[in-house]
Write a protein of this length. Sequence first.
Length: 393
Amino acid sequence: MEHNSCNAGCDLSKFDGIRPFNPEELPAVYERLLEDTQFRQVIAYILPGAPLEAVRQKMMACRTNLDFQFAFCYDFLNGLLKKTSAGIDMDRAAIDKKKRYTFVSNHRDIVLDSAFLDKLLIDAGFDTTCEIAIGDNLLSLPWVKDLVRVNKSFIVRRGLSPRETLAASRTLSEYMHFVINEKNDNIWIAQREGRAKDSNDRTQPAILKMMAMGGQGSVVERLAGLHIVPLSISYEYDPCDFLKAAEFQLKRDVEGWKKSAHDDVVSMQTGIMGYKGRIHYHCSPCIDDYLYGEAAGLPKTDVFDAVAAHIDKEIHRNYCLFPINYVALDMLGGTALHNDKYTLEDKAVFEQYFAGQMAKIDIPNKDESFLYERMLKMYANPAVNYLSAIERA
């Protein structure tokens, strides 16, 4: 079997196009960012009234990417949570703050899923955050690409030919193994490419196949080398629900319709600034024991599907469900089977919220009944999957 591990003697330059910036590269990147008009506008929004020279000095004082996160991102996230949520918490009982993990999570918000995890890890006493996997489809603006690489992101290349995809996947996997085992940092990666628009969260086996390209030994040993932790992310409200519903209809009605770069920016802005209600993160146990136990006895051809199903079950059973999830489930089925989980007031609040979000959808030939069902499913599916997972537990 071919080994693709990257030990201390290997050529690290192959990661240069995807990795976060190294500390010695940061001053030049800071200067480049500060010269960009759009970045200056972002800074003026985040730090209103702050003189640019003061911002420059604050940036230059950040010797590492982690310093930058503490100096700029942490306070911004705290302020954002005060304005756009009813609070956030994390159950991390199953993980050890002295160890390093690859957090594989369901994907609710393009920007905030990983950002909130970073904040929660710091609050929990971890001495580092995560390196974040981000698709290059979101990085069309050079300053955004610079900023995310300052903020500990590594780049997943998309839209390549099959041959290029294979090579890029191998490099990506080798980099992930290098981060966990030699840089001694954590990783966050979504369980699938792009968000599950209907909140029916499923891990793509292809993500696991990519992860197993790096490392050494059997497929099970390579996956275990990344110390995967299934992470459940639960938002009470999804600010992008109406945008996702519109996407469903546009994909149905317009042949070849695809989101534009502008659509991605609107989704990011809406997700960041919109109201999210209560937010809960839940860390399941690291799957190493499962890999060396149950998965080790499986035929090689079945391993990726089985591991994906195990991650899904862990994510689903550790969702934090809110009354509105059960309201949506009953509304979708036209029943009252779960009315012990919510009050009449909960239902009225949700119906009012729902009507408001539906009114925001502005597309040609707006199909109210189709959009209504699609949006209900976004809130009902976490309850469907949770109930299924605890039945099988």
